[in-house]
Design a protein around this ligand. Structure first.
Ligand code: PMP
Length: 313
């Protein structure tokens, strides 16, 4: 039997209009209990990362507030995932997109944004701050809008009102998070989800993770590392404004993160990127340090396909 979709009649009475959008598929990702840690599989979002949420949320907020108009170009600095996610949202909504990326980001990430029709501008070598300055500068021009994920309160707001509550609803009845662990890219996840969890458990322990080799948050030192998407070489405004919320900083070495990432793929079929390995290790270390923290939540933020040439071939 053939199923027919409901027909919306247009001008001629027979026109079939589009229904739904890829943006409807963002969110509602699975939560699994893995090696005793609650893990939210954010890499399953369209465009392959947790950043699909802020891309949709921030751009729709900007439309609503009158900051983003039809015909505008969105310009955002990104070490990859947000650029990819915003390129997807821009394609779905019909905006032009310019992603400003440092040179070190994986070939796949620049290619993915281009595939969505975005233009990619490479500025700076490893860290994202030069790209950030460029995006802010371009964003001031007429016809441009710069969402500025590293500084925007809308980033925190999304995590507090969408991702955080979604996790709370998925935990078994009566279970509240004792702790949340996340690496800091913008800080949006740790701050916003942390705020949401503190609403149901004021004692919820909030732990930020960073690469062992680059102790930006612990000591202000910046160095090269391989956990793409976090520790971009500066303390972002979002994190700086809310850093008091963080109870503990956990360091994970890139080599350990990559080994853990590979184990997740081969042992569980979870094809994830480096920060996911680092997140699980950090969460398990937190449990070792504080055995009283029974329900610890963390995130698998992006998919492994983006790192094929870098780590998997
Ligand atoms: N992991 C990956 C792979 C990321 O791309 C990001 C964000 N850049 C994060 C973790 C951290 O997220 P946030 O920006 O919310 O701190």
């Amino acid at each position: 039997m053939t199923r027919t979709l409901p027909v919306t009649t247009g001008t001629g009475g027979t026109e079939r209009r589009d229904q739904g959008s890829i943006l409807d598929a963002i969110g509602d990702t699975p939560l699994m209990l893995l090696e005793g840690i609650w893990v939210k599989l954010e890499y399953l979002n369209p465009s392959g990362s947790i950043k699909a949420r802020i891309a949709k949320y921030m751009l729709e907020r900007a439309e609503h507030e009158g900051a983003l108009h039809a015909g505008d170009t969105i310009v955002e600095a990104s070490s990859g995932n947000t650029g990819n996610a915003m390129s997807m949202v821009a394609a779905a909504k019909g905006y032009r997109m310019l992603v400003v990326m440092p040179a070190n980001v994986s070939t796949e990430r620049a290619a993915i944004s281009r595939a969505f029709g975005a233009e990619v501008l490479t500025v700076g070598d490893f860290h994202v701050n030069e790209a950030l300055d460029k995006a802010v500068e371009l964003g001031r021009r007429p016809g441009f809008f710069a969402p500025q994920q590293f500084d925007s309160d809308w980033n925190v707001e999304e995590n507090r009102t969408w991702l955080g509550p979604e996790v709370l609803n998925q935990l078994p009845p009566g279970v509240v998070p004792d702790a949340v662990v996340s690496g800091v890219g913008t800080g949006g996840t740790i701050v916003g989800v942390g705020q949401a969890f503190r609403q149901v458990n004021p004692a919820c322990h909030i732990a930020a993770m960073e690469p062992d080799e680059s102790c930006t948050l612990r000591c202000g030192d910046i160095a090269k590392h391989h956990i793409e998407g976090i520790a971009d070489g500066f303390v972002p405004g979002v994190f700086a404004r809310h850093r008091d919320i963080v109870d503990e900083l956990i360091a994970v070495h890139s080599a350990d993160a990559l080994a853990e990432m590979r184990r997740l793929v081969t042992d569980y079929g979870l094809f994830v990127g480096p920060s996911s390995g680092a997140h699980l290790l950090a969460a398990k270390r937190l449990r070792e340090r504080h055995p009283e923290l029974a329900d610890v939540v963390t995130f698998f933020c992006d998919e492994g396909e983006k790192y094929l040439t870098e780590h998997y071939v």
